[in-house]
Design a protein around this ligand. Structure first.
Ligand code: ATP
Ligand code: MG
Length: 557
């Protein structure tokens, strides 16, 4: 595991940056994280955030947060705000460098006129379908648009009128004049501007009915911000010649270098924003912050820490090869963090009452227990112990399977941080369901072993009278298969129907009363849990963050 003292792992982009600094190509580096505000950030974005902000941090450079907001139909302010909150929560700071591509709309328009004047852009009247027909295929070259040789004067006039709103959506586009015969389809006179009427842009309102494309906006925005290394995912590799073309042909102050790396793909989840949007919109989950979602908001609600997410992003590394990361890797990052930092508590998820027949009725003891087995700095707390306690149903077996070390009729078990008890009687209702156990408590065994007997099992408990009723939500993978939607399958059909289980009758130790949302604990023998925002003063709600052991990933590999 990479701890804070360890230097970040090297990778090919880090090496490029080092070389550029060593050769004097740059004396400072500048990166950016450029989300489109059309959804919440997910764990894949975290990889890009950690890369961009992390590089700037380690080389004394800067990293901008820039919203790539050229598609107002799918974007909104909720997303703009959640993205900022999530980047901040991950522990990164863009200081005063918050930008919107829409800040540059006027300048981008000016650069488009520059391209027109240089004979490098033209207004095209082909509609979408005609344009597709002219584009050619991977094996056949495209054909020139009949509008390709319009004069500069005509192009200028038409482009101005496009901006003025004279033409309907789709009637005309502005296209780069590059090469319809290029083997790279991205260079076959790509569209630079589209007409979109009637949309209210979250930043520019109704000022524009003309919107620049991503491929045109991105390189110029990078250049205007003085970005030195523009890091993006592999699907943009074929767009790089267009990126360079834009920067080479307009008067921008610098030439950023685009470098591609592979996206994070994670097992048992989906990362495409369209699918995540559908999961929320079609109510397959409770929202963008559903604890099963791979979103930063979902992981936060699930109990993940920023440190664990950053650590995971460092561990997966940066390469150019596509791969699928095991969910177990993400889980082990949070497990390691919480193992070291989460206070221990006792919680009984599925309670079964045990009456300690020889324990005085009126008595309540206050038993002290360490909050952490290794870290004394986490202190201690006290738990009341009384005649009636609750244990987990699964910790008792009337007919125990082989090797069962917990409570059985006539057998002994230790109550964690308390006494040894022996089950003497099983009380059932008419239907044969066990209602309670009656047990004998050995009052000589607090903090020491019973004389002459070996007690192997240790179980957790909560005082029935003092315990706090709680709701516990257990989570499993959101999908049944490692790569949902692969091979043309409908990913919706692959949703795991048992991914969320609510235990409404749990009881937790009294020190958990009034717990604040976001507080994390290890429930002994159960797993790591976090208090959910749905908690109230009387009734805490906990989400399972991760189990104590890797029971899944191991059996898979
Ligand atoms: P869309 O699916 O809408 O195109 P996107 O996933 O590309 O969205 P953006 O908001 O455009 O999302 O992404 C912002 C930045 O995060 C981009 O630089 C993008 O390359 C990067 N990014 C997105 N998904 C991943 C991923 N899974 N792994 C690594 N980086 C990612
Ligand atoms: Mg994108």
């Amino acid at each position: 595991m990479t701890d804070a003292a360890e230097p970040p792992r090297t990778h090919f982009i880090r090496q490029i940056v080092e070389a550029d600094l060593a050769s004097g190509k740059h004396d400072r580096i500048a990166t950016r994280f450029p989300p489109e505000p059309n959804g919440y950030l997910h764990i894949g974005h975290a990889k890009s955030i950690v890369l961009n902000f992390g590089l700037a941090e380690s080389f004394g450079g800067t990293c901008n947060l820039r919203f790539d907001d050229t598609n107002p139909l799918k974007e909104n302010v909720e997303f703009v705000e959640s993205i900022q909150a999530d980047v901040r929560w991950l522990g990164f700071d863009w200081e005063d460098r918050l930008y919107f591509a829409s800040d540059y709309f006027e300048r981008l328009y000016g650069f488009a006129i520059e391209l027109i004047d240089k004979g490098l852009a033209y207004v095209c009247d082909l509609n979408a379908e005609e344009m597709r027909e002219h584009r050619g295929t991977l094996t056949e070259p495209g054909r020139d648009s009949p509008y390709r040789d319009r004069s500069v004067t005509e192009n200028r006039d038409l482009f101005a009128r496009m901006r003025a709103g004279e033409f309907p959506d789709g009637a005309r586009t502005l296209r780069a004049r590059i090469d319809m015969g290029s083997p790279n389809i991205n260079l076959r006179d790509p569209v630079l501007y589209r007409i979109k009427h009637g949309v209210v842009h979250h930043q520019t309102g109704t000022a524009w009915c003309l919107y620049p494309t991503y491929d045109y906006t991105h390189p110029i925005s990078d250049a205007l911000e003085g970005i030195t290394h523009s890091l993006c995912t592999l699907e943009f590799e074929d767009h790089r010649p267009l990126y360079d073309w834009c920067i080479d042909n307009v008067s921008v102050p610098c030439k950023p270098r685009q470098i591609e790396f592979s996206r994070l793909n994670l097992e048992y989840t989906v990362m495409s924003k369209r699918r995540l949007t559908d999961l929320v919109g079609e109510s397959h989950v409770t929202g963008w912050d559903d604890p099963r979602m791979p979103t930063i908001a979902g992981l936060r609600r699930r109990g993940y820490t920023p440190a664990a997410i950053r650590d995971f992003c460092e561990r997966i590394g940066i390469t150019k090869s596509e791969n699928l990361v095991e969910m177990a890797m993400l889980e082990s990052a949070i497990r390691e963090d919480l193992d070291a930092s989460a206070p221990r508590r006792m919680a009984v998820l599925d309670p079964l009452k045990v009456v300690l027949v020889n324990y005085p009725e009126e008595r309540t003891e206050s038993l002290e227990a360490a909050n952490h087995p290794k870290d004394e700095g986490l202190g201690t707390r006290t738990s009341p112990f009384s005649r009636e306690i609750l244990i987990d149903r699964s910790d008792f077996e009337e007919v125990p399977p082989k090797g069962f070390k917990r409570l059985v009729p006539g057998g002994e078990v230790r109550l964690r941080q308390a006494y040894v008890i022996r089950c003497d009687e099983v009380v059932k209702d008419d239907a044969g369901v066990i209602r309670e156990l009656r047990a004998w408590v050995d009052l000589d065994t607090l903090g020491r072993n019973p004389e002459g007997r070996k007690v192997k099992g240790v179980i957790h408990w909560v005082s029935a009278e003092h315990g706090v009723p709680a709701e516990v939500r257990l989570y499993d993978r959101l999908f049944k298969v490692p790569t949902p939607g692969a091979g043309g399958a409908d990913y919706r059909a692959e949703i795991n129907p048992d991914s969320r289980r609510v235990l409404a009758g749990a009881v937790v130790e009294p020190s958990l009363r009034g717990v604040q949302p976001g507080e994390r604990f290890q429930f002994e023998r159960e797993g790591y849990f976090v208090a959910d925002p749905d908690s109230t003063a009387e009734r805490p709600v906990f989400n399972l963050t991760v189990g104590l052991r890797d029971t899944w990933g191991k059996s898979q590999s």
